[in-house]
Each structure stands twice: as C-alpha cells, then as structure tokens.
Design a protein around this ligand. Structure first.
Ligand code: GLV
Ligand code: GLV
Length: 337
C-alpha cells in the first residue's frame, strides 16, 4: 500500500503526478486554506503532509499525528512549523530554498524602484485624472524621487536572497553594499565588495534597508521603534521576508512622522492585510500581497522541489532540502521502519 500524503492546496499538476507514482494523494482543492480542525483530522491519517506558510503545523498537530513521518513545506520560510517538536518526534521537515531566490530578489527590486520613483503614486495621479486636471504636462518639481546610483544598500540577512539582491544593487545600480548577518559572508565581500556592519551601524548608514532574514525568535521585531529611529530621514525600508521581523505599529509611526521616507512591503504581521489597517492610509508606501515567489518559474520549481523531497524520503534517502538535520539520528528516512 502506498503511503498517504495530504497536500493543503493545489500545486502545479506535473509535480502532483510525479508524487502520485509513490503516494496516495489527497489534495485540498479549495481556494481557502483548510481550517485548523481539518488539518488536524487530515494529518492524523497521513504519512506525509505538504504544507503552505499559512498552515499552522504546531506541536499539538504533530503529537496527534502518529503516522506522520514528513512535512514538506511549499516555501523557503517555515516559521509556521514547530521544527523542534517535529525533530523530537522524528518527523522530517523540508523546504524549497534556492528556486525562489530570483523571483524574490526581483520583487525586492520592483519595490525599491516603485518607492524611490513613486511609481504607484504616479500611476494613480495619471489614472484618476489629477495630472489632466492640473493642466500642466511637465513641471520641474512634479513627482520627484531619488536615484540609486552611488547610494548605500543595507542588506539585513545575506543568505541566498539577500546575496542576489546585493549583487543586483552592486552590478546593476552601482550601489555600495553593506550587510548585517549572524555570519560573515566572505565570498560576497570579495565578489561584490559587500562590507559587514553591525545592525545599528547599517541602519544609520543605508539609503535603502532591505530585509532578508527568516522569522525566528531572534529576528521577531528586529526592526523595532529604536531601529527605525536610527534610519536616515531620506531612507526607505523594504520587507519581502516576514511581516513580524518589523514592528508594524512602530513603522506606521515612522512613516507618519517622517522618521523615514518610505517603505515597500510584501509581507505583514497579519495576512491578508485589512483595507482598514493604518498602513493603507499612508502615501509613501507600496503594498503588495506576499507575492515574492509568485512567478510561473518559481512556483513550478517549488512544486518540483516538494516532489523531489517526498520521493527521496520514500526511497529511503535523506531529502535534498532537509531542514532538521538532527532528525536523521532519530529515525532513518522512509516508511518501512
Ligand atoms: C514565501 O514567503 C516563502 O517563504 O517561500
Ligand atoms: C532563501 O533562499 C535564502 O536563504 O535567502
């Protein structure tokens, strides 16, 4: 009998076909995520789960799923999963790193440019007739933004995505790159001239601050009120990582009171963001709905990576994107043991 996998949303078909050669597949085919109670019930009968970042895979669920051997996350971030608990229970956890690096780095640049050149504000200006009503085709002071060439890009978290954003900044826009991370990246320092800074120094110095750290207890509210107060009045903040890395209340204050010049956000503490949220009333801000990896290329490759991880585990191999390496000491990969 094939092991059972519950997939919490529709992925690209070819990958599901590949998975179903090894697993009995149960796909949640609705637009909305399965409620927690459904997730609990499905997980209890499953040998493996394919989860999204919106699925809460907590210790309660893991403990109540005696057959569960693997959680294959369809995302690079996995802060929705209690990984320590999974490790203790011998459950393998995988993610999809690498394949969405380009998509997320490119979206980061779309936000940097949209904020620095006021693209969304300008679009509204044209579309809603304000330009036409102004009766002026061109004015020396209309919609002024700022240039990136020669400015300082501050990268918070120089992993795969941060590294790629830095590279585009250095090679494409002639920016000076400074970065903060818990580990030094000597390769990036050599290749693109990135200079290490402590976080507080980076915040003081950067014209663009862009966040690329995972959400962990250590990075929650890393960018809080005191951090925002260190930034230049002319600087902008970009977040395509996780909403809770930034204290949203403090950010609203910073934007409203002009401590910083603007922001571009792809991620939020509460998703979906309510249209009544104070953020939506601010002008110096571009908001997009968590679409960092939303390209055809990335989403297909993510589904492929999920299939690769599931199939490797089935075949008794350590999955290529195993997150909790320690689990291998507790239980071998595969369903026979
Ligand atoms: C998306 O946010 C991801 O972590 O892949
Ligand atoms: C994601 O792939 C990262 O590690 O930055």
């Amino acid at each position: 009998m094939k092991p059972k996998v519950f997939i919490t949303r529709e992925l690209f078909g070819e990958s599901v076909d590949r998975i179903s050669q090894y697993y009995e597949v149960d796909v949640w085919d609705r637009y909305h995520q399965p409620p927690y109670e459904v997730l609990l019930r499905k997980a209890r009968e499953a040998d493996a789960l394919v989860s999204l970042l919106t699925d809460r895979i907590d210790c309660n669920l893991l403990r109540n799923s005696p057959r569960l051997r693997m959680v294959a996350q369809y995302a690079v971030g996995f802060d929705n999963i209690d990984v320590d608990c999974a490790t203790r229970l011998g459950v393998y956890v995988t993610n999809t790193p690498g394949v969405l690096t380009e998509a997320t780095a490119e979206l980061t640049w779309a936000l940097i440019l949209a904020v620095s050149r006021r693209i969304v504000e300008s679009d509204v200006f044209v579309r809603w007739g304000e330009w036409y009503r102004s009766g002026t085709a061109w004015h020396p002071k209309m919609m002024l933004g700022f240039e990136l060439m020669g400015k300082v890009l501050g990268v918070v978290g120089l992993g795969r995505i941060g590294r790629r954003v830095a590279e585009i900044g250095a090679r494409g826009f002639g920016m000076k790159i400074i970065y903060y991370d818990v580990v030094r990246n000597y390769e990036a320092e050599k290749e693109i001239g990135a200079e290490f800074r402590e976080l507080r120094e980076l915040l003081r110095e950067a014209d663009v601050v862009t966040i690329h750290v995972p959400l962990t207890p250590q990075t929650r509210y890393l960018i809080d009120e005191s951090a925002l107060r260190l930034m230049k009045k002319t600087a902008i903040l970009i977040n395509t990582a996780r909403g809770a890395v930034v204290d949203t209340g403090a950010l609203v204050k910073a934007l409203r009171e002009g401590w910083i010049a603007g922001a571009g956000l792809d991620v939020f503490e509460e998703e979906p963001l309510s249209p009544n949220h104070p953020l939506t009333a601010l002008k110096n801000l571009v908001l997009v709905p968590h679409i960092g990896s939303a390209t055809y290329e990335a989403r297909r490759a993510m589904a492929d990576a999920v299939a690769d991880n599931l199939i490797a585990f089935y075949e008794g191999r350590v999955p290529p994107n195993l997150v909790n390496r320690d689990v291998v000491n507790l239980r071998s990969p595969g369903f026979s043991k």
